[in-house]
Design a protein around this ligand. Sequence first.
Ligand SMILES: Cc1cc2nc3c(=O)[nH]c(=O)nc-3n(C[C@H](O)[C@H](O)[C@H](O)COP(=O)(O)OP(=O)(O)OC[C@H]3O[C@@H](n4cnc5c(N)ncnc54)[C@H](O)[C@@H]3O)c2cc1C
Length: 317
Amino acid sequence: MLQENEHIKCLIIGSGPAGYTAAIYAARADLKPVLYTGIVPGGQLTQTTDVENFPGYPDGVQGTQMMEDFRKQAERFGTDIRFGYITSVEFSNDVHRVVVDGEKTVTAETVIIATGATAKWLGLESEQKYNGFGVSACAVCDGFFFRGQDVAIVGAGDTAAEEATYLAKLANKVHMLVRRDEFRASKAMQHRVLNTPNIEIHYNTEAKEIIGDGQSVTGVLVYHNQTLEERLLPVTGFFVAIGHKPNTELFKGILDMDTNGYLITHPGSTRTNIEGVFACGDVQDHIYRQAVTAAGTGCMAALEAERYLAAKEHAIV
Ligand SMILES: Cc1cc2nc3c(=O)[nH]c(=O)nc-3n(C[C@H](O)[C@H](O)[C@H](O)COP(=O)(O)OP(=O)(O)OC[C@H]3O[C@@H](n4cnc5c(N)ncnc54)[C@H](O)[C@@H]3O)c2cc1C
């Protein structure tokens, strides 16, 4: 049975860099935000070790520590942070209704969606074991740690091709594992990869196991999926670039999204197709997917929510 309704000015869904930044701005603008963390409090960065590219941390920071700092800053200005998962939504162009954990309904004048995205993994046990210790789903985030070393990357689409060429500038050698006998990437991206001398492409090749010494990655056991011949590639980094899934199931049929499920916002804005509903962070960004860009759009969403409420109030008076 649904519990009693609660009405709030600004509801934030998600506790990654986008959600917490939106909360800091919304709280300081006196919107009295309520933030639901979802099942991953702190978001994707809690799954990694060192973060070295977020401004303000000259010595780098652990992902969990950084998100703890975000949370404390959002709390300091009065954000009501709650552990809970939004299970359904009903958006209108006026008041929006969401259900938390299938039990409690909340109505809100503005909703900021910051539900992020989830990296796709191969599903190997060893991949999880060494995640953050040589295994990564983000070349831009972690490539720097593998300067002058040999690495492998899995994937055949545009993102994989882009990440492979990015890694090639830092690493000594990049082994690119392509499951089929051809790329899925555009011709232009293929051309870039094929013309990068330190990328070796292994077609019809899949990872069987990530090998390590218990602390970090020392190699990857691969096999040819036609001949089944196995081979050990001595690498210290293993990058998975097989795509991301935006967390947008909830909004299907309600909010505009692209063919991959990313929410569509108005250009240069976090506004969605429904008034008073804003989207920020990775849930609407398949290009940059960085903590700092997520935080930047979180700020935009809170400012836009504040301006939307101010304009609405003005119209009524
Ligand atoms: C292994 C790894 C390492 C990375 N390293 C770096 C790095 O070094 N530097 C960098 O800039 N970026 C890095 N990134 C990318 C960075 O983590 C993301 O760009 C950033 O976290 C996106 O922030 P976000 O707030 O949009 O979403 P996320 O961090 O994905 O957070 C989404 C939040 O939404 C919540 N949520 C989802 N659905 C619901 C729901 N229905 N109800 C309530 N809550 C919900 C989740 O619980 C979570 O709290 C890394 C990513 C990974 C996976």
